[in-house]
Design a protein around this ligand. Structure first.
Ligand SMILES: Cc1ncc(COP(=O)(O)O)c(C=O)c1O
Length: 365
């Protein structure tokens, strides 16, 4: 029997509030338009074709993804403009990208000569060119070349006939350590400045750098405003989550995704247990400071610990829970929750309008 309302769903279940989702999509699209940048949302957050279509309908020219497998799924569904903001490496991936480039515009990240060479071979052999964006490290210390090294790496990439160096990109994930919106805005300016300055230097050296791509959800609004930035790639904004609330990049009312769970045990006055554990909520910490495993909507009590199938609530003084009661949880990190679930229930005012398949779930290669 298909549930018609959130109350009838077997738990745990993931629910997206369509009014909030559509408002989030609209408001980020409006900000991008005002700032004169293209919005290329990172679809890793939802991995859902229907959500991607809503983002394009709101004005995004295309989507960002991380994995070749994700691009294959979105391209097969008719998405024609994709960027893999990830260092794609190896000839097997290059062959798949070559096949993908028959059906859509695809560009990928590079941050090394070896990686670039491994992509070049397949495209050169086919007398084709793959668009690549050089990744810059603006402080996250994850992937990306340091700004000081960008010129020499770009010079080598520029010599490869199978590649076309068409842009630079960076991601200021360090904004997740920012304790308020002002601190995140300062990170956003550093992010934008790093990308714009490298792009300028590469242009002076003769590279045709079109795209200057930045973005995360905490830095999107401010990063878009940096002069010279052409594209922004926030992902989490579409759903938002408890970490975005803690960082100050949204309020709880902006969170579209919740997990509906049932209290299955109240073994002590100060302890209640949900039927949602790490397999449902993920064990990702709250940012910027650890603080339990998601917010219980309308409650002060926190989910203090998780096992795979148990979410253990430390019941706050003055609150109580009863067995059989249903609660809504704002997860710490929406993207990981998407990757844990086959289906998302899309609801408006409590009524389920659609059930979406998380089409690109688990496409990790
Ligand atoms: C390279 C890159 N760009 C964009 C994003 C989107 O950032 P956010 O999830 O903060 O919206 C991510 C997220 O991990 C990313 O790794």
């Amino acid at each position: 029997v298909t549930a018609k309302s959130i109350e009838d769903l077997p738990t745990p279940a993931v629910v997206v509030d369509l009014d909030v989702l559509e408002r989030n999509i609209r408001s980020m699209a409006e900000r991008a338009l005002e700032s004169g940048v293209r919005l290329r949302p990172h679809a890793k957050t939802h991995k859902v074709l229907e959500v991607g279509r809503k983002q394009l309908a709101a004005g995004a020219p295309g989507l960002t993804l991380a994995k070749t497998g994700e691009a294959e799924i979105f391209a097969a569904a008719g998405f024609t403009d994709l960027f893999l903001a990830y260092p794609i490496v190896g000839e097997e991936k290059a062959r798949r990208l070559l096949a993908l480039s028959d059906r859509c515009d695809i560009a990928v990240g590079v941050d090394s000569i070896d990686g670039a060479l491994s992509l070049d071979r397949a495209f050169r052999a086919a007398s084709r060119r793959l668009g690549v964006l050089l990744e810059i490290d603006c402080g996250l210390q994850r992937t990306g070349v340091l700004p000081s090294e960008a010129l020499s790496v770009a010079a080598r990439i520029g010599e490869l006939p199978g590649l076309r160096l068409c842009g630079v990109f960076t991601h200021a994930g360090q904004a997740y350590l920012a304790e308020n919106a002002q601190a995140a805005a300062a990170v956003a300016r550093t992010e934008g400045d790093a990308a714009v300055q490298v792009a300028e230097r590469l242009r002076e050296a003769g590279h045709a750098i079109g795209e200057v791509s930045v973005g995360s959800t905490p830095t999107a609004r401010e990063g878009m405003r940096v002069a010279g930035v052409t594209e922004c790639r926030p992902g989490t904004y579409v759903y938002n989550d408890a970490s975005q609330v803690s960082i100050g990049s949204c309020s709880p009312e902006d969170c579209a995704l919740t997990i509906i769970a049932t209290v299955v045990s109240v073994p002590a006055r100060d302890r209640a247990v949900l039927d949602a554990g790490s397999k449902t909520l993920s064990s990702d910490p709250l940012w910027p400071k650890p603080g339990g495993h998601g917010f219980l909507v309308g409650r002060v009590s926190r989910i203090a610990r998780l096992n795979e199938e148990h979410g253990v609530i430390a019941v706050a003084p003055g609150e109580s829970f009863r067995v059989g009661e249903r609660v809504a949880v704002l997860p710490n990190h929406a993207c990981i929750v998407s990757n844990l679930h086959d289906q998302i229930h899309a609801a408006r005012q409590g009524r389920i309008e659609e059930v979406w398949t998380v089409a690109a779930r688990g496409a990790v290669t």
